[in-house]
Design a protein around this ligand. Structure first.
Ligand SMILES: [Zn+2]
Length: 260
């Protein structure tokens, strides 16, 4: 048992998959996997395991009714068409503080439904295809430590897990728990752009012990969805305040809405 929020069975399954360049001392060793020293799962074993997992999931779907998270097609967690809808070249935007954010998809249609299935309906199996999507946003040749933005305590209580941490784990990355919330925050979804900034301003702090693990490397921030960018900018501010460089940020989705 590693102490994470996953069931022991799920956690052990994941541990078996991530046997190359695994996070052991808090920071992945440079050159231990793909570009930037990011640990990648063993592709061959992953393919075989993924095939078995998919067959098992489809068999279970006969017993336990399941619908596609993207389109409600019967007897499949995520149909091929909806899986394809999660593909596409990443988009990039630059926040007001200069932080570059790469996002795999627009938070709309199928991607929005799939993310909501994970975040609001607790369908954690969806984290695996979302992890593959997030993994593809990592810019080639960039060496950085993946760090997830922290969830509010209210969100953690409501869901029982941190979506971006689970997605990152399914991407084959073990996030360094570098950031913490110094105070409670309100649900960002209910706030205006200005309200979101005010809500998270000064809310994050850097854990000193984890910061020592970063060394001279840069950090890559991870989140599931970027909307106004207020949360990522606050994470950026907290890291810069203690001299930790930030290479950029990656998200599964970017909302198309414009906030005034
Ligand atoms: Zn579908």
């Amino acid at each position: 048992m590693c102490g994470c929020w996953l069931s022991s069975r799920d956690c052990l399954t994941e541990e078996r998959l991530l046997h190359i360049g695994r996070w052991s001392a808090g920071v992945p060793a440079a050159g231990s996997g793909g570009a930037g020293g990011i640990p990648l799962p063993d592709t061959g074993r992953m393919t075989w395991t993924a095939t078995v997992r998919r067959a098992a999931a489809e068999a279970l779907a006969v017993v336990f009714a399941v619908e596609c998270a993207g389109c409600d097609a019967p007897d499949v967690e995520l149909c091929d068409a909806c899986r394809d809808a999660l593909g596409g070249p990443p988009t990039r935007r630059v926040l007001a503080d200069g932080l570059g954010v790469r996002s795999a998809v627009t938070f709309d249609g199928v991607p929005a439904r799939v993310l909501r299935a994970l975040k609001e309906e607790g369908r954690t199996g969806i984290a695996r295809p979302l992890g593959a999507v997030l993994r593809d946003t990592w810019p080639a040749g960039v060496d950085a430590v993946p760090v997830a933005v922290p969830s509010s305590r209210a969100s953690l209580r409501r869901r029982g897990f941190v979506p971006v941490e689970l997605i990152a784990r399914r991407a084959g990355w073990r996030c360094l728990p570098l950031l913490a919330l110094a105070r409670s925050t309100d649900d960002q979804r209910l706030l205006s752009s200005a309200g979101r900034e005010e809500n998270v301003a000064g809310a994050m702090t850097v854990r000193g012990g984890a910061a020592a693990c970063v060394g001279s490397r840069a950090v890559m921030l991870l989140d599931d969805v970027v909307t106004t960018g207020a949360t990522l900018s606050e994470a950026h501010r907290a890291l810069r305040s203690v001299g930790i460089p930030v290479a950029g940020a990656l998200t599964v989705a970017s909302t198309p809405r414009r906030f005034g």
